[in-house]
Design a protein around this ligand. Structure first.
Ligand code: BG6
Length: 499
């Protein structure tokens, strides 16, 4: 996937400028990922970390905190100190608010003084700060024009609706060109998510069946056992639709349903994903309400364990109608998928952490056995288990030994851990490496982001028009509200219980 032409000269330092360096993401994910890449000699350029944030830290405090982060969160332990110290040789901390021009001037001066030719900006701040930072980088015209190697990484969410996404895109494009912008949806960096395309397009077995002629329906589940916790303030303004559905879930949908690209590169893979997004069926408000379900978790007491309901979480408005669960039935109006329902669901405080894509095949045209309905009773299902317990299962019916033709559901299983050992690279390792190597395949392109918002805005609008409708509740530790079960059952189907 790498664009060999853009490979770095191996010795030049990269200035990694992290806005929001004091936050959790930097400590838990970014710096441990960089450390891992250096330890595995996947990047040989020295990296100079330049932190920029509002807290009154200094170089030493930043170095100490990030070193602790590496020790705690590095994927391979024990950590090797000799790979940690070089990371902080050129480390600098700029203490400034994101509004202050002086902070950006200091940054500019530093870049000029050292004469960095390779600059990687990373927005690891709350998304509300993105626009201000980008605008203050407007001196960055100078970076993009004069320097050969300037990139910016933007964390999701890219806006909160179509309008704000357009606005953010405009600011980004005032400063940077699309080939310099790396929008992170960390799901795309997960090994198992990358394997969706490998599984589909490196094997000849399943692709011929991967269409409306053989597939009854598809279920995409992203279930989490955690509640909103400390992120309640942010979450209450987002809900599952903005937090998970508008990005991770639609990305999983595109990878599952896209056509084979003409080559495995950033242009063609993202072109094919775009075609899926453009083919999503936009529904009327009434149909959206029929084809989606929302829910909010209620609290629960179990013995001594007390789980707070969503409305009792700190920083959640006490009359909030933000959903912590949603399910949707989606249609892709193209020849491959015409009228095949894709059921997507995601929620917080569900019984199990499980992300999976289940392709359920149609039943046989005529059954000879005492097995009424292969699609209903024990369907043929191919399950891509994305996390945890990563792997793939194929469920089918087999004859139970004995004189009767009794059929029993069985599975063929593949486990990543058995095949490749545990401890695969973290999504951030892969994404940071790709960014440094100039490969945008696993990053979301601007047209994808905007198309995702176009689709999702219709749903949000339909929901907002019916604000007065009661938001269904579900108890923590259950698979969402009853309405979610009824919603799929009225189509004669059932939600799979993730394995
Ligand atoms: C983030 C969402 O993008 O993804 C979180 O903002 C969610 O709400 C998280 O918990 C899930 O990521 P993962 O990798 O744990 O599945």
């Amino acid at each position: 996937m790498n664009n060999k032409n853009q490979k770095l000269e191996q010795t030049e330092s990269i200035a990694l400028i992290i806005f929001g360096v004091t936050g959790d993401l930097t400590k838990r994910k970014l710096i441990p990922a960089i450390y891992q890449l250096i330890s595995e000699k996947l990047i040989s350029n020295p990296i100079d970390i330049i932190g920029f944030a509002r807290r009154p830290w200094d170089n030493q405090k930043m170095t100490d905190t990030l070193t602790e982060g590496i020790k705690e969160y590095a994927r391979v332990k024990p950590v090797d100190n000799k790979n940690i110290s070089p990371l902080f040789n050129g480390a600098k901390y700029i203490h400034s608010s994101f509004e202050k021009k002086e902070g950006f001037q200091k940054l500019n001066d530093l870049i000029e003084k050292i004469g960095y030719k390779k600059i990687l900006f990373y927005l690891a701040t709350p998304p509300t700060a993105y626009k201000t930072i980008i605008e203050n980088l407007s001196a960055c015209k100078q970076y993009s024009v004069n320097k050969s190697w300037v990139r910016i990484v933007v964390e999701k969410p890219f806006g909160i609706d179509l309008e704000s996404a357009l606005d953010l895109e405009e600011s980004l494009h005032n400063c940077f060109e699309e080939h310099q912008i790396y929008r992170i949806d960390h799901y795309l960096g997960k090994e198992t998510v990358q394997n969706i395309l490998v599984f589909r397009f490196a094997n000849g077995i399943f692709e011929p069946l991967w269409n409306k002629h053989y597939v009854d329906h598809v279920q995409i589940t992203v279930a989490e056992t955690v509640g909103v916790g400390e992120r309640a303030g942010y979450f209450d303004k987002s809900g599952v639709i903005r937090d998970m559905f508008a990005n991770h879930m639609l990305q999983l949908l595109t990878l599952t349903s896209m056509e084979p690209p003409y080559a495995f590169n950033a242009f063609s893979v993202r072109d094919e994903k775009m075609k899926v997004l453009r083919s999503l069926r936009h529904l009327s408000s009434e149909d959206i309400l029929r084809n989606t379900v929302r829910g909010q978790y209620a609290g629960k007491t179990q013995g001594n364990l007390k789980i707070k309901g969503y409305l009792k979480e700190e920083r959640v408005r006490n009359n909030s109608t933000t959903e912590t669960y949603m399910a949707a039935k989606i249609f892709i109006d193209n020849w491959r998928w015409a009228n095949v329902p894709f059921y997507l669901r995601s929620g917080k405080l569900l019984p199990k952490r499980a992300t999976e894509i289940a392709i359920q095949f149609k039943q046989v045209p005529l059954s000879f056995f005492n097995w009424k309905n292969m699609a209903g009773d024990a369907p043929n299902v191919l399950v891509l288990r994305l996390q945890p317990d990563e792997g793939i299962n194929l469920l089918f019916g087999a004859k139970k030994p004995g004189p009767a033709n009794e059929i029993s559901p069985v599975t063929m299983d593949f486990y990543y851990q058995e095949a490749f050992g545990s401890n695969p690279p973290d999504a951030y390792e892969r994404l940071l490496l790709d960014c440094i190597q100039g490969d945008q395949t696993l990053f979301t392109r601007n047209d994808e982001v905007l198309e995702q918002w176009k689709y999702v805005s219709g749903i949000i609008k339909a929901w907002e028009e019916k604000q007065t409708l009661k938001l269904p509740q579900y108890h923590a530790g259950t698979w969402g509200p009853d309405e979610a079960r009824e919603f799929i059952e009225k189509d004669g189907r059932v939600w799979r219980e993730p394995s």
